[in-house]
Design a protein around this ligand. Structure first.
Ligand SMILES: NC(=O)c1ccc[n+]([C@@H]2O[C@H](COP(=O)([O-])OP(=O)(O)OC[C@H]3O[C@@H](n4cnc5c(N)ncnc54)[C@H](OP(=O)(O)O)[C@@H]3O)[C@@H](O)[C@H]2O)c1
Length: 257
């Protein structure tokens, strides 16, 4: 990558302003395991109407939902996807082709799924494909706008690490996607869950949140997160910008200079 490209990429790492995207009211969480349950509860706490789905009949998860995710509505996955303004994928990655692609058409879809061979076992498709896992998911969900996010926070952390906007120790969550409008929806969702959001770029940049990366392996404020991404870009900053990569946070905006 050229220095110019690297600096350009670094300068592109800004959190998306979240105004004017408040039209998301219903969130469908596909997958009602550890992550899906935590995301669903956090989304309800943030004021969203939440539906939850497993792979089968909603009656199979009705009791679980009442006990573990009270207030959420169990639905068949395809019905939930069609009815939602925003969808969170929280199923094991190797099952992504069982997701209802037709029903997800036109939807903004958060891909929280990880490929982690020590846990999932080795899967040739992901070992041999150089793309980020979310690009592979996007290929399957060709008519959806996939945004990689929520994959690098533990299910047990999501309801503990949230903070009000402006808190000094507020944690940042990354997002990556090819649609700016979809990223704006996801940025607002992340904000309402209690986290700053960092736009890392297009969907291929989701690789920077994969298991084993610095982002995946720690808790980071917005400035720390942006600095990690700036370092990954290998930015060589011109002298007139100070010669080093640094970050500043202005409201919802993280600026990498
Ligand atoms: N563990 C973490 O802290 C963490 C953090 C971030 C991201 N992740 C990622 O999040 C994903 C989910 O992890 P998890 O630990 O929550 O998994 P999990 O506890 O095994 O739960 C998986 C859920 O997905 C459901 N499911 C499977 N296929 C489905 C389909 N086609 N439609 C709707 N639901 C379906 C399962 O329902 P059935 O029982 O009916 O099959 C189950 O409710 C994984 O990709 C993981 O890598 C994990």
């Amino acid at each position: 990558m050229s220095d110019v490209q690297a600096v350009s990429d670094a300068l592109a790492m800004v959190a998306i302003p979240t105004a004017a995207t408040a039209d998301v009211t219903t969130v469908a969480v596909l997958g009602v395991g550890r992550v899906g349950s935590a995301v669903a509860r956090a989304a309800m706490k943030a004021g969203y109407t939440v539906t939850v789905s497993a792979s089968g009949d909603p009656d199979d998860i009705r009791l679980l939902t009442e006990i573990v995710i009270p207030g959420a509505t169990p639905m068949q996955a395809a019905d939930a996807a069609r009815a939602a303004d925003l969808v969170v994928l929280a199923v094991p990655l190797h099952k992504f082709r069982t997701l209802p692609a037709d029903a997800l058409a036109g939807k903004t879809v958060i891909d929280s799924m990880n490929y982690w061979a020590p846990v999932d076992g080795s899967i040739d498709e992901f070992d041999e494909d150089p793309r980020s896992t979310s690009e592979i998911v996007q290929e399957y969900l060709a008519a959806s706008q996939v945004v990689k996010s929520l994959n690098h926070i533990g299910y047990h952390e999501l309801e503990a690490d949230d903070r009000p906007a402006g808190a000094a120790d507020r944690r940042a969550l990354g997002l990556a996607g090819d649609s700016d409008s979809a990223k704006a929806l996801v940025a607002e969702f992340i904000e309402r869950l209690g986290y700053d959001s960092i736009d890392a770029g297009d969907l291929s940049a989701g690789r920077h949140f994969h298991p084993g990366t610095a982002v995946f392996s720690g808790r980071h404020t917005a400035a720390e997160f942006a600095a990690i991404l700036g370092g990954l870009a290998g930015a060589s900053v011109p002298d007139e910008l100070g010669g080093t990569v640094s970050t500043s946070v202005v409201g919802d905006l993280v600026v990498v200079v």
